[in-house]
Design a binder for this molecule. Sequence first.
Ligand SMILES: [Zn+2]
Length: 336
Amino acid sequence: MKRSLVLITFLAFLFWSFTAKNEKSTTNNMWGFFGHKKINRLAVFTLPPEMFSFYKEHIEFLTEHAVDPDKRRYATEGEAPRHYIDIDHYAHGGVDPFTVMPQKWNEAVEKYTEDTIQAYGIVPWHVQVMVGRLTKAFKDQNFDKILRYSAELGHYVGDACVPLHTTENYNGQMTGQRGIHGFWESRCVELFSEDYDFFVGTATYVEDLENFVWKRVRESHYAVDSVLNFERKLTTAYPTDRKYAYDNRGNRTIKTYSREFSKEYETMLDGMIERRMRTSVISLGSLWYTAWLNGGKPDLNKINQKDISEELKKEIEEENKAFEQGGNIKGRSHDH
Ligand SMILES: [Zn+2]
């Protein structure tokens, strides 16, 4: 009975989300803001009844703040590497990098030094750190932190599921394919995700967090070749004036990949972007659920409040200010 209620709510939400204006992307990076928000929002509908009403009540917060970690890259030293891992930096000549990179942080640092690990990205470890923080927030029954860490965990899980977040050639800059990062994770998602099937099932408990997270990164990385090769193949078949188009965004005209080119790319990828998004959604739901269980299954009705504290609001406002003022990303200034 409860299940079918969840399903109806989910359907209503789907209809709403696809017609809602406020999901129009305003940027051209990172699953696009559009994709990140959508993943966080959809993950709510994978949760068991004991968690669902709390998360549903705060779905706007979880959606809106799915992108805070990207904004924070402008204000916080050390934020940038949390969004990616250039795993292919560690192995060349056909060697599988996952056979040389230790999964455990201490072993990885010992093998490569912390400077190197930080320089080439730490997303698989940071997802685990965030699950730890969220677990503690549940243990402490800390309303602010439960919401904030839930939203932010979604961001890093989403990033870990994006193929181009796992390679040095993250924007095709090494192969003459500059722009492919935003093409795959923003342009295509915005154009086609309304047709994606987001019935991903119910969140399940993650027994082995370390392996779970590395598995996501491995799947992402093994898709990198297709992401790049299909675009290259298509580009040779397309004259530039058909590959690109001009789009009006507010009062600006931007050059972007044409619909026709994008559609053909999407067809060649054969559901890859949809699969990676679905994986992001169910992984996030399962990690929220796991943190809650490991945090002692607190009664969320008792923790629930109307709104986050003034203190947290202020903190978020400061980050937004730094983001809106622009300036340099602290760390590598690319689409990660
Ligand atoms: Zn990111």
